[in-house]
Design a binder for this molecule. Structure first.
Ligand code: SF4
Length: 242
């Protein structure tokens, strides 16, 4: 029997099928940020017909800050990821237009605000404040979008080769099960800690600690720092046992 245990059950990606109106799983031109990451990694960004796309549109906050999906929180990493991916698209396909539809951009972390400026000034990425309400396939494999530019107060219709859904983070199944069975389940099924500011690795159950995205959305660097903090908290706890 162990004196201490650490919960590090992580997160799962929001299932884009739940946003039926955006057409994921129905139209081939609608993909997720994970699909785009793979395309960028392999240097093969292709539209539904296997050709080089002429326009790619990113949509923020899919499954986050969203009444309908029941997730009111921000997933923290997707704004930065969209800007990074839009820059990569423009680097790999200089003739392809890249637009990002956002509610408001949250560029957490050092250097990310500068990256947002670089995306506009150096790579010509367009940013449109507005939400896409509906996506529909066209006869030639593209995607037609209905939206509203909320800065201009105008409805907007456009066609894109790829619509990239920036999917948010949710508590993983393992996180939910453990949270319930140990009675430490918090908001949205994430693990609840004693105090998110001061005792954020302690669960309130002696010897049971938590780290990383089982508690809430975090970036990789946040998770690494949190893991270090959890190791220290466990060491302190074991020392009190003598
Ligand atoms: S990080 Fe950006 S895209 Fe992601 S949920 Fe927050 S505001 Fe939306």
């Amino acid at each position: 029997m162990a004196d201490a245990a650490l919960i590090a059950t992580g997160y799962q990606v929001f299932d884009a099928h739940r946003k039926e109106e955006l057409g994921y799983g129905i139209y081939k031109g609608v993909i997720t940020s994970l699909d785009m990451e793979q395309m960028i990694k392999h240097g093969k960004i292709l539209n539904a017909n296997g050709d080089e796309p002429k326009r790619i549109t990113f949509l923020q906050c899919v499954g986050s800050r969203d009444e309908k999906s029941g997730n009111h929180y921000c997933s923290k990493i997707c704004c930065v990821t969209a800007v990074k991916q839009a820059i990569e698209v423009r680097k790999q396909l200089p003739k392809c237009e890249a637009s990002v539809f956002y509610m408001d951009l949250r560029m957490w972390g050092q250097g990310f605000e500068e990256m947002y400026r670089t995306a506009q000034e150096k790579y010509g990425v367009s940013f449109v404040r507005g939400r896409i309400s509906e996506a529909a396939g066209t006869f030639d494999g593209r995607v037609q979008l209905k939206s509203e530019d909320t800065l201009m107060g105008l409805p907007l219709k456009m066609t894109t080769d790829l619509l990239v859904l920036m999917v948010g983070m949710e508590a993983s199944c393992g996180t939910k099960v453990l949270g319930k069975s140990c009675d430490i389940s918090g908001d949205y099924g994430f693990i609840r800690t004693v105090n998110p500011h001061l005792y954020d690795n302690e669960t309130g159950r002696p010897g049971l600690f938590a780290a990383g995205t089982c508690k809430r959305p975090m970036s990789v660097s946040d998770s690494i720092n949190d893991a270090r903090s959890a190791a220290n908290a466990i060491k302190d706890y074991l020392e009190t046992l003598g």
